[in-house]
Design a protein around this ligand. Sequence first.
Ligand code: SF4
Length: 711
Amino acid sequence: MYQDGWIPTVCYQCKAECAILARVENGVVKEVKGNPRGRGKACVKGMAGITSLYSSERLKHPMKRVGERGSGKFERITWDEAMDIMETKLTELRDRGEAHKFTYSMFPHSVTDPKWRFVNASGGFISTGLPHCDSGKIMAMMHTFGCFPNHHIAPMYHTVPKGGLMILSGRHPFGCLDDAAVPGYILDAKERGAKLIVIDPIYRTEASKADWWIPIKPGGDASLFLGVCNYLLLNDLHDKKFCDKWVREGDMDGLMAYIKDKTPEAMSKICDVPVEDIIKLAKMVADAPSACIDAFKSIMYGNAMDWGHAWTIFLVITGNLDNPGGQPLPEIAPMAPVEPVPSAPDVTELGYHRSGNNREKFDNYNFFLQPTWYAAQAIKDDTLKVFFASECNPALSEMGSGEWRKAVTMKDENGDYKLELLVVTEIMPSETMKWADLVLPDQTNFERWELLYMPWWYNFGHCAALCQPVVKPIGESRHANRVFIELGQRMFPEYFAFKDDVEYYDIELSGVGMSVKELQENGGLWSPGAVGFRKYEDDGKFNTPSGKIELEWQMYEDIGQKWPSPELPLEYRRGEDEFPFILVNFRTIFLNNTGAWSQNNAQLRDPVSGLDANPCLLNPLDAKKLGIVDGDTVTMASGTGSVEVPVMLTEKIVPGCAGIIHGFGQTMGKVASRGKWISDNELIADAGSTLDEQDMRGGEAHVSTRVKIYK
Ligand code: SF4
């Protein structure tokens, strides 16, 4: 089945999942490049994917824990034994009437994922460590527009007209997590005469390419844009025609009353952006043919929903909805359901966090996936008994990761672990694997079948892509999707009455009139064609209860959230004396995440060609006050924990902030354990233990904390 040549597949070195071609020679992958049938780009990290495939650290056989949890001691077992262990425990759980105490934490990068089906058939819950990063934005779009694009429906930069504004707010598309074509699209738009504005407490690659860098206090984005909206509305510079036609009756009056005191002067005091700059930005927006905002950090702060709400108000009053250069709305491809479809759990009734002690606090949390971050609390509360993880790494990459590690080693009065089974699928050693009972060797994107379709994805928002095996798998590795189809066939044959993953994807693809084979012959991609603009004009309505854009969130009247608060996250508004610095984390092209993606890739942690240190960025003005010089090792401590970290002084970070790269600190694996890698999650509180501080309507504080720094 394997052949030489340029074979289409999908990159999986970050969650952008670019369509790529792999050059195979004598059964070995030698090179990758962007698939010209897709967007035709691959980044340096994508090219380093070959190093992951052939790493000497690849996990090759299923393993069972033999020491205590966390000791990292395992012995080799067979796949049959591994399957038996999972089947026995899940059956026992179901027989006890506790099927809902099982969760599978995964990166749900495709609605076609059969693991999702397995979880539904078993009565458990999918939980996720990733999309809830930006759930504030998703919820905001759902409430205001009646649809749920997340940050992956970023502006279509290739449609930005001359003079259009591209605003990046805490967003680092040149540092990955976007498809590899985006940086080129942004620069091309600039060439055409569009303007790039970067709002960020750190001056990074994006800012260096910008027409205007606006330094801001972290979490100040909501207040900045409310100040802009105030100026536009009070000076009649908004898109009145659009608002008259599409906004629900009464909402504009409500908005005018609410926005009255959100003046540039008042908002400047919150976000630290000078009044004249807020006004300048508003005037630029008023004069531009289009304006879009792409954000990330802002949607990970504790005021994410306020920011998301301010963002949607800005898009509406400027008429930048589903227009060239504005905010696209999603199109959905009709994938066929694989019948019979197991029903998903009722998220208002069951689910480990919803049945636990904090049930009432979750009443306003209505995101559609469970957050992985609550696992530690759920284990303590005996409401979570079985935890599977694929492509995520909660021991390291969740807020309060220390609490997670503590919880999975907690025992009951009989001396048994409170969490009865912890299973991870991994390509290479990960931090979470250290605590696992079962470790299942996963496959890279060069070895597996997978149909990728997500309605709100950059690459796959309007198309489906095929990840196909281009070379023979290493060792006994099996892709998690295939493992859980096999387990499903054992446990729930009525829902898994198909031969294998390929047949499953064939059924799903029949919805768009394709098959896996046809997709292969079609260069690995299916696309419905051109993307439409202003789709609401064809429909004549939005998918909201009123059929109009709903600016006022009446459903949150009882908790005082009909309109967005301009305030900084609660975590930044207190403890300033003890913890004077705001922690800012960021991403780099050399490493994206801590799941089974680019971790432990020697090529990406090469002291010569890559990145091999994770220092704390500090402004020299702050360092002088603290008596710190460049290269000093300091302690950075929050109310949750502390880390030792070398300091790098730079004027590229605003005073009052301390910056580190997100997602390091791993001790498993030869590459990972090299160098001074600091995990920001050691400093950030376990969200489950600080529920009152979380934005329970969809935005959890992934990065919000204050720190102190001392030698
Ligand atoms: S952007 Fe991500 S998915 Fe695309 S080529 Fe780079 S690493 Fe691969």
